[in-house]
Design a protein around this ligand. Structure first.
Ligand code: T46
Length: 136
């Protein structure tokens, strides 16, 4: 269900010298981090995503600026606005995601449970719907 996607409130060490947030595998997030990537210099009005993952789990963080993520379990959709460096959106397996509304200069940091593998992607929405309905 769509409740499997959730905002994780990450530790924040507030400091007059500047704040600090940290994330530890299997502690603040329910997986081992095997890969880190980030999206940046996204032109205004651009959209990204438009796929689901069979096995990958991820945490998305707006480390700078803001953007929206629409998550969809094949039955329900939810739009999250990410705009804080200490909030992570956890996306489990078999969730369709689309990202838009990137503010200028925004950076989307992604922590992933596995290495890059194109075979793990479902990039066709009808195929995604077929797969989630099969699982029921
Ligand atoms: C996701 C959202 C949030 C790599 O070679 N290695 C990588 O680790 C990644 C993530 C991508 N790539 C290549 C594959 C494509 O040729 O980079 C190109 C762009 O990837 P894509 O079109 O999938 O980018 P997004 O922003 O639509 O999606 C990415 C992730 O792929 C995806 O897992 O959940 O960010």
């Amino acid at each position: 269900s769509i409740e499997r996607c959730k905002i994780i409130n990450l530790p924040k060490i507030s400091d007059p010298r500047g704040n600090l947030t940290f994330i530890e595998s299997n502690k603040h997030i329910p997986f081992e981090i095997k890969r880190v990537y980030y999206l940046y210099d996204v032109p205004g009005g651009e959209t990204r995503g438009g796929h689901a993952h069979k096995n990958l789990q991820q945490l998305l963080i707006a480390v700078s600026g803001s953007f929206d993520v629409v998550v969809d379990d094949g039955y329900e959709k939810r739009r999250y606005h990410l705009n804080r460096s200490y909030y992570g959106l956890y996306i489990p397996t078999m969730i369709w995601r689309e990202m838009d509304n990137f503010s200028s200069g925004s950076v989307c940091l992604v922590l992933a449970s596995d290495f890059y593998n194109e075979d793990d992607y479902i990039r066709d929405y009808d195929e995604f719907l077929k797969e989630v309905r099969k699982e029921k």
